[in-house]
Design a protein around this ligand. Structure first.
Ligand code: C5P
Length: 295
């Protein structure tokens, strides 16, 4: 195979519950991941030397970029020939949408396909976790329940949801900083450890396809992110007042998303926000579609 073009989709966290800090410095968490239609494009071409180019000049293309790190790791292990990789970015960096993690997983899957590598899924997942807590999810895609650092994944049947508005504030939040701020707030009694949901409850609610405000549908990192960036709290209030049925921050922010009861109310909500913040209409993406380019 000489050339491979793939879509590298974003994710949102339909809820994100943060537990205790572990001995390895990471926090135990419980989340419901969902692939959404916002995506980057990546083209892989065999070449005489490795090169990564990106249309967004603010994205590093050296080893700070997980795509480069994946290529180096697979080149070291399997002596694969060099590739030229062209990355077209749409997923904002530092937005809680997993853009870099998605690109890493897409590169793992694409290079395995292109070079026919003997790389079992278990080994792929191991490499993925070494690159970041969210990377293993992108090998699975669709709707998935996750615990541990986010790598203990249970793929769930696809959830259908139309009328989803994704709001992309021009603010970057460091994931490490958000986790640290949450720990400080909890130590000072300014944030509580909420209840976890458990797989059975999540299965039942996911199957019903209804999202509503309530104990399960929360993101524990919101309080920390809103304290780090007060403009996000204001934006969330604005979304709450825009006719949305369900509003939440994704990951460690700064992306917020809202689901509306129907397309008409989404349009109304969108027009009330458009002048203050970039918005994007998105759909949930099924597991089959998320992985279609790597089949
Ligand atoms: O794994 P990843 O590179 O995405 O994590 C970035 C940072 O977020 C970690 O260094 C850690 O500070 C924090 N984190 C955490 N617990 C997790 C995931 C991330 O504390 N489960």
């Amino acid at each position: 195979m000489h050339e491979l073009r793939v879509r590298s989709f974003a994710k949102i966290n339909l809820f994100l519950h943060i537990g205790a800090k572990r001995a390895d410095g990471f926090h135990d968490l419980e989340t419901l991941f969902q692939t959404i239609s916002l995506h980057d494009d990546i083209v892989f071409r065999r070449s005489s030397e490795f090169r990564l180019t990106c249309d967004d000049p603010s994205v590093p293309v050296d080893e700070r970029n997980l795509v480069t790190r994946v290529w180096q790791a697979l080149h070291d292990e399997f002596s694969i020939d060099p590739v030229e990789i062209t990355l077209t970015k749409r997923i904002p960096a530092g937005g809680g949408l997993g853009g870099g993690s998605s690109n890493a997983a897409a590169t793992l899957l694409a290079l395995r396909k292109m070079f026919g590598l003997d790389l079992p899924n278990a080994r792929l997942a191991e490499i993925a976790l070494g690159l970041g807590s969210d990377v293993p999810f992108f090998l699975c895609g669709g709707t998935a329940y996750a615990t541990g650092r986010g790598e203990e994944l249970v793929p769930l049947p696809d959830i259908q949801l139309r009328s989803l508005l994704v709001v992309l504030p021009d603010v970057k939040i460091s994931t490490a900083l958000a986790f640290r701020r949450l720990a400080e707030m909890r130590a000072a009694g300014r944030a509580v450890n909420g209840k976890t949901a458990g797989l059975d409850e999540v299965r039942a609610v996911a199957a019903s396809g209804t999202f509503q405000a309530g104990e399960m549908w929360r993101n524990d990192l919101e309080v920390a992110a809103f304290e780090l960036e007060s403009s996000l709290a204001l934006l969330r209030h604005r979304l709450d007042d825009s006719g949305a049925a369900f509003v939440l921050m994704s990951g460690s922010g700064s992306t917020l998303f809202a689901s509306y009861p129907d397309d008409a109310s989404l349009e109304k909500g969108e027009s009330s926000l458009r002048e203050v913040v970039p918005t994007f209409r998105a759909a949930f993406v099924s597991r089959r579609e998320a992985l279609a380019d790597f089949a």
